[in-house]
Design a protein around this ligand. Structure first.
Ligand SMILES: NC(=O)c1ccc[n+]([C@@H]2O[C@H](COP(=O)([O-])OP(=O)(O)OC[C@H]3O[C@@H](n4cnc5c(N)ncnc54)[C@H](OP(=O)(O)O)[C@@H]3O)[C@@H](O)[C@H]2O)c1
Length: 330
């Protein structure tokens, strides 16, 4: 038997999540059984713990889009009992049972060996949000971002992706401008390395101007909506925006073609879910090297499986700061 957060749906379509004891025989068929140590909380987890957001296919469901732990059994040569592993993406926790459990069974292809220098807890302090932030920074670098180019904007900065992006960019030596709608997080963001705090309201008015002053040398954007429309008009010549999320809306409001054709601005789509293995290993190794562990620890809010129903509701309201790390044995 093992403990898991199980979401069930009643006849009225309402979902309800609670911690249950499950028999190991209920785990899905796959090659690798993992004794999960830590999981975490991402925006998508909020949806999968609660209303489902169209992501969950079958109930009862075990959410948790990422986890880190130790291999318990494996029928695949790449993994053996005792190996430490990390999983993000592949629709685990959405279409497949996920990491909010003491055990998970998944395809070997979906796992990555825990990088040297990281504990399973640190890997989950990073989690999908931090892994995606690293992919975004790597994409900006691949498209020419260099030290000294100017300030790099991070939107949704006090959230999971934003916090990790802020810490990585600052550690690399970039001047980080952190956009937040929560002024009370200013000290937290400065401690992570932000040089400048930009109030959310400065970037949420939809304007009709084709371009604004060239201000940002790069941007990691978790928000989209009206904010991305404004940010694109403020990007420097031939700079790039890494589009990660849609916390502020799925459209790009007020966007025009002018930043792309007059300033050569790039909009880089970042997907973490189906990312090929080689990129995953590169990103995890960069995280182990470029993310200051003291800053990572400062982002962590510890939690247990039982805390998740209320934390899931909080993240959907944009009320979670930094990274929630779930000790599934806690
Ligand atoms: N592409 C991928 O593979 C991938 C991977 C992970 C996450 N994501 C997406 O990235 C986004 C962020 O994920 P996360 O885990 O970092 O979530 P999160 O912790 O909730 O952070 C989102 C942040 O966005 C800001 N925000 C929320 N609502 C807003 C609004 N209406 N207008 C403007 N800003 C708003 C808030 O930051 P402030 O309080 O600082 O303003 C909030 O903390 C989500 O949309 C998520 O689905 C995508």
């Amino acid at each position: 038997m093992f403990k898991a957060l199980v979401v069930e749906k009643d006849e009225d379509g309402k979902t309800h999540a609670d911690v249950q004891d499950l028999d190991e025989a209920r785990l899905p068929e796959a090659e690798v059984t993992v004794a999960v140590e830590y999981s975490t909380l991402n925006y998508k987890d909020g949806l999968c713990i609660g209303p489902g957001g169209g992501l969950v296919r079958h109930y009862p469901h075990v959410p948790g889009i990422d986890f880190a732990g130790t291999v318990e059994a494996s029928s695949d040569d790449r993994y053996k009992p005792g190996d430490k592993v990390v999983l993000t993406g592949w629709r685990v926790g959405e279409a497949h049972w996920g990491g909010y459990a003491q055990k998970a069974r998944v395809k070997a292809d979906w796992l990555v060996p825990l990088p040297d220098g990281l504990t399973t807890r640190q890997a989950m302090a990073v989690g999908t949000a931090g892994f995606t932030a690293m992919l975004a920074v790597m994409a900006l670098e691949d498209h020419g971002l260099k030290l000294g180019d100017g300030p790099v904007l991070v939107t949704g900065a006090a959230g999971g992706v934003g916090s990790v992006a802020t810490a990585i960019l600052a550690k690399l030596g970039h001047e980080v401008a952190a956009v937040t709608g929560r002024p009370e997080t200013a000290d937290y963001l400065r401690d992570l390395g932000a040089a400048q705090i930009v109030p959310r309201e400065d970037l949420t008015e939809v304007t009709r101007k084709p371009l604004e002053s060239e201000t940002w040398a790069g941007c990691v954007d978790s928000v989209a909506g009206a904010m991305l429309g404004r940010v694109l008009k403020q990007m420097k010549y031939r700079s790039s925006v890494a589009a990660v999320g849609l916390a502020g809306g799925a459209a790009i409001e007020g966007a025009l073609i002018t930043p792309f054709i007059l300033r050569g601005v790039n909009l880089l789509g970042i997907d973490s879910v189906l990312r090929p293995y080689g990129d995953r290993v590169r990103a995890w190794n960069r995280l182990a090297a470029d993310l200051p562990m003291d800053k990572l620890e400062a982002m962590v809010q510890p939690a247990t499986l039982a805390d998740l129903p209320s934390l899931g509701a909080d993240i959907l309201k944009g009320r979670v700061k930094g990274r929630v790390v779930v000790d599934v044995n806690g």
